[in-house]
Design a protein around this ligand. Structure first.
Ligand SMILES: *Cc1c(COP(=O)(O)O)cnc(C)c1O
Length: 473
């Protein structure tokens, strides 16, 4: 911005005062000036667009969403993205360096998750793509290796909705397994009962999104081995925390490839890997699973076509930025960040437990603190918090809300401000319950209790439609 402004000023002088005696090179500059003015106008306009919105997310008022945003990292990510902005990993012959970067990101991630020499994977555009690809791999593995025509995946109810999306896209049946009401970890006995001759995949989360609990991966792995079914661990959210927790001085229950039976892991570099949005990794214990992820089309008139992931053309800039984020932090950097995030999460959980009228749900093992209440409609708290600038996640079955702690919440004073606001507002709601019955508290409460789930779907469509509305003048 500054650079553009300086250059603009120079050019303005040039254009206004020296127009009469312009040399040919200065006429070229006039074109440059027009380009610069245009870029200045567009950056100003972009600022205007980016500045709308009522939440000051950069001050740590937002759950999850932005995982880190220090100035150094922002500058590095912008520069690296810029350097690779026009690259496309679909053409490794033209961009061999990009291929190398992607291969290195995968290898680093495999090592972090204790993968053996056969472990492998790909970089994807995000957690959802990583999960969809794993489900595709196991669908085709079940069909080709085990002759299962109509495969079923067995998934905890708390697993991410991306598994439901994958089931929908890939035409796989999905069977949801209940969780323990206290720990929110999947009920292993119920998972065993859900297994049939058609099961193509068992899933556990490390940690799951709603409450931050880690499923019993050891037990799920054992089920997988007992019944010869592949096991996927979804570590999209906290993958780049859990791998550093031991070194950061925290106990962590087993979750990686060292657990017998674990065949694949998804982990988002664009969450606690602190890379810009648009990258994640899907990792497999051995190449046979990854082979079923590949897509090949040998007969296309456009040539023999093959892609590793869902995309055709892909953003090389994002892969370069992801690679640079890993290099920039290094082991030490990640361990340091992990220490801060986990310490802050545990501090918040501990303080929330002391507040009368609310309770911590599940086990805040990693970076999520879920808050519920036996005394009032918990969504009233999220409404009240919103009025103070906090944007928290509303969860259902059971009703609760959560704060997903990021580097932004580890800054001086943020956690205490959060705790203080929760304490004050909980007290206020308990004192005047009638005043807190309307708003989105009522809507969320209703959405959860409506027996007709299709009606909820239709209301949700209206919401999605509204995302594409243009304000009329
Ligand atoms: C975020 C998340 C995902 C999906 O990732 P996207 O990057 O949003 O597509 C999957 N699983 C868990 C546990 C997550 O938190």
């Amino acid at each position: 911005m500054e650079l553009i402004r300086d250059k603009l000023e120079l050019l303005r002088v040039l254009l206004n005062e020296q127009c009469s005696n312009l040399e040919p090179w200065q006429i070229v500059s006039r074109t440059a000036a027009i380009t610069l003015i245009a870029s200045y106008v567009y950056s100003q306009a972009t600022h205007k667009y980016l500045d709308v919105g009522e939440f000051h997310w950069s001050e740590g008022t937002q759950s999850g969403t932005v995982y880190n945003c220090n100035d150094d990292l922002t500058q590095l990510m912008t520069e690296v993205y810029g350097m690779a902005a026009w690259t496309n990993p679909l053409h490794p012959d033209s961009f061999p360096g990009l291929r190398q970067m992607e291969a290195e990101v995968v290898r680093i991630a495999c090592r972090l998750f204790q993968g053996g020499p056969d472990s492998c994977g790909t970089v994807t555009s995000g957690g959802t793509e990583s999960i969809v690809l794993a489900c595709k791999a196991y669908r085709d593995y079940a069909r080709n290796i085990k002759g299962i025509e109509n495969p079923v995946m067995v998934v905890p109810v708390t697993a991410h909705a991306a598994f439901d999306k994958a089931a929908d896209l890939l035409d796989i049946t999905i069977k949801h397994v209940p969780v323990d009401p206290i720990t929110q970890r999947v009920d292993i006995k119920a998972m065993r009962r859900a297994i049939s001759g058609r099961t193509c995949l068992l899933v556990g989360s490390s940690p799951q999104f709603p409450h931050g609990s880690i499923d019993d991966i050891t037990a799920i792995g054992k089920l997988g081995l007992d019944y010869d079914i592949p096991v996927h661990v979804d570590a999209c959210l906290g993958g780049f925390l859990v791998v550093f927790m031991k070194q950061a001085g925290f106990n962590i229950r087993p979750f990686d490839f060292s657990v017998p039976g674990v065949c694949s892991i998804s982990a988002d570099t664009h969450k606690y890997g602190y890379a810009p949005k648009g990258s994640s990794v899907i990792l497999y214990s051995k190449p046979v699973f990854r082979h079923y992820q590949w897509f090949t089309c040998p007969d296309w008139p456009g040539g023999v076509y093959a892609t590793a992931t869902i995309g055709g053309s892909r953003a090389g800039g994002i892969i370069a930025a992801c690679w640079a984020a890993l290099m920039y932090h290094g082991m030490d950097g990640y361990v340091e960040c992990t220490k801060k995030v986990i310490t802050t999460t545990r501090y918040i959980a501990e303080e929330i437990r002391k507040i009368k009228g609310i309770k911590v749900m599940g086990v805040p093992e990693v970076s999520v603190v879920a808050i519920g209440s036996d005394d009032f409609n918990i969504y009233a708290l999220s409404d009240a918090m919103k009025k103070r600038g906090w944007n928290l996640n509303a969860l259902q079955f059971p009703a609760c809300l959560h704060l997903c702690c990021t580097m932004l919440h580890t800054k001086e004073g943020v956690a205490n401000r959060f705790i203080q606001d929760v304490k004050e507002l909980t007290g206020e709601i308990l004192a005047n319950p009638e005043e807190h019955k309307g708003g989105s508290a009522a809507i969320y409460g209703m959405a959860q209790s409506l027996p007709d789930r299709n009606l909820v779907n239709e209301i949700t469509w209206i919401y999605l439609d509204s995302l594409y509305a243009i304000k009329k003048k």
